[in-house]
Design a protein around this ligand. Structure first.
Ligand code: NAD
Length: 280
């Protein structure tokens, strides 16, 4: 039997209580990785740990209840990696939230800040805290999760799109810097399309979830893990992912914005009427 690439690799995952975070954890457990799991959701995290233990009893799992938007939690997560495993090979910056899921005017400043704090600054703190550990390894990888909403702007998601464009910009800059000084540290930017998870929790996104979030989470995450082995820097996979990428690259915004509005059919003109409370 051939040994998996990930066997004995020390891998930290944020947002491991649900969806893709749980998929990464279970897939990597089956491949013999040493896991460091975290999430704000204690109950979900415990369920993931039980699944991981059932899949591989031979490897130790370390875990922490952690809010990625809190820099001091990152320090503790790093300390845990050092105490339990003596370092880290790979960080998957996966934790994220859907954000306000409202028209731009109804997305309140506190919610916009929260979306940026979790989806963007969570990634920034993760990179700043863990890259000093990663550079000590002969092989290491940092995996930042953007979205296809890091290619296009979509209705009811102005804060989410802003956060995912920010992750993209930050990660593309990071990969250029690291390639020159620490080429053994791979940097990956993931743009999932619609993946079947619980991320779309609000009433407003229920229809969108049913229609677009269809790619199985395990399938998405196995593609990411395979592409990390191949050192593919930009990983685009999942429902509508390739199509959105190419449309965003090839079409002028003048056409693209019409296609997006029509394709997603999420703009309710009544919500933007001059009589509506948001415009008063
Ligand atoms: N599902 C999709 O279609 C899709 C598409 C593109 C990108 N993404 C991105 O993929 C990542 C994973 O999302 P998912 O679809 O698996 O969603 P999910 O909601 O199933 O999982 C996200 C996890 O992150 C955790 N989390 C939320 N806020 C946190 C915080 N402050 N600190 C720590 N953990 C926190 C949640 O508790 C949850 O367990 C996110 O970054 C998301 O934006 C998802």
């Amino acid at each position: 039997m051939t040994m998996s690439f990930y066997h004995e690799k020390i891998i930290a995952i944020t947002g491991a209580a649900s969806g893709m975070g749980r998929s990464y954890a279970t897939l990597l457990a089956q491949q013999g990785a040493k896991l460091l799991l975290s999430d704000v959701d204690e109950e979900g995290l415990n369920e993931t740990i039980a699944l991981v233990n059932a899949l591989n009893r031979n490897q130790k799992v370390a875990s922490m209840i952690m809010d990625v938007s809190q820099p001091e939690h990152w320090q503790q997560f790093k300390d845990l990696a050092l105490a339990q495993f003596g370092g880290c090979h790979m960080l998957i910056n996966n934790a994220g939230i859907e954000g306000a899921a409202q028209p731009f005017w109804a997305s309140m400043e506190t919610q916009i800040k929260q979306t940026m704090d979790v989806n963007f600054y969570g990634v920034v703190y993760g990179c700043r805290c863990f890259i000093p550990l990663l550079v000590k390894q002969d092989w290491a990888s940092i995996v930042n999760i953007s979205s296809i909403f890091g290619f296009i702007g979509t209705p009811n998601a102005s804060d989410y799109c802003a956060s995912k464009f920010a992750v993209r910009g930050y990660t593309e800059a990071l990969m250029v810097e690291l390639a020159h000084v620490y080429p053994q540290v791979q940097v990956h930017l993931v743009h999932p399309g619609g993946v079947d998870t619980d991320i779309a929790r609000s009433q407003k996104t229920a229809k969108f979830k049913h229609k677009f979030l269809t790619t199985p989470s395990d399938e998405m995450c196995q593609v990411v893990l395979d592409d990390v082995v191949k050192n593919n820097p930009r990983i685009i996979y999942g429902n509508h992912a390739q199509k959105t990428y190419w449309l965003s690259k090839l079409l002028p915004l003048k056409q693209l914005k019409k296609i997006i509005a029509k394709g997603l059919a999420l703009v309710d003109k009544n919500e933007y009427s001059p009589d509506h409370k948001g415009f008063q």
